[in-house]
Ligand binder design. Sequence first.
Ligand code: NI
Length: 203
Amino acid sequence: MVLVVSPHVTIRAIRLFGDPVLRSKADEVREFDKSLRQLVDDMTETMLEAPGQGLAAPQIGVPLRVFTYHVDEIGVGHVINPVLELSTESEVDIEGCLSIPGLTFDVQRPISAKLKGQNAEGEALEIEASELLARVFQHEVDHLDGVLYLQRLTKELRKEAMSQIRQAEWFGMPDTFTAGITSSEPKPKDSSDSVSPKAAELA
Ligand code: NI
């Protein structure tokens, strides 16, 4: 698998559950410079390669308030310093996370969200989102606050999730999960892996 898609873009390793960077609150972006645009480019390619529907900067070890998203019919985008306004109405839908590969669980979240933030040039942006896009936005902003979707699960599901994580082949390994593969000895997945290929890997 080719990981360098152009001379200027790098697919970055995705940090996994257990890495402290995933539990830390990320910092506001203040410098809208070339390195920020590089970060957005790298994150976008890393997300598309994984593939995922979103990626937050802490997931590649960068503690800044930046995320990218990719939702069919909406396209690819990024947001810097996002702030969310959430609807009171909520719904339950399936969710996954690139930092917790192979697992998906039902999560209840507000059904729509208004997102305000900036683009990589520092220009203000505002997006009205509903359903999947709203869910991706919430999942990613959670990452920027050091919150994983596991913390949004019901008590029973969280117990189940922790049990599945402890059994996962990647658990306890360093940040070796890149673009849907692990760089250590690739073990064939056993057939009891019930996660469908369509399962949403949100971020
Ligand atoms: Ni995630």
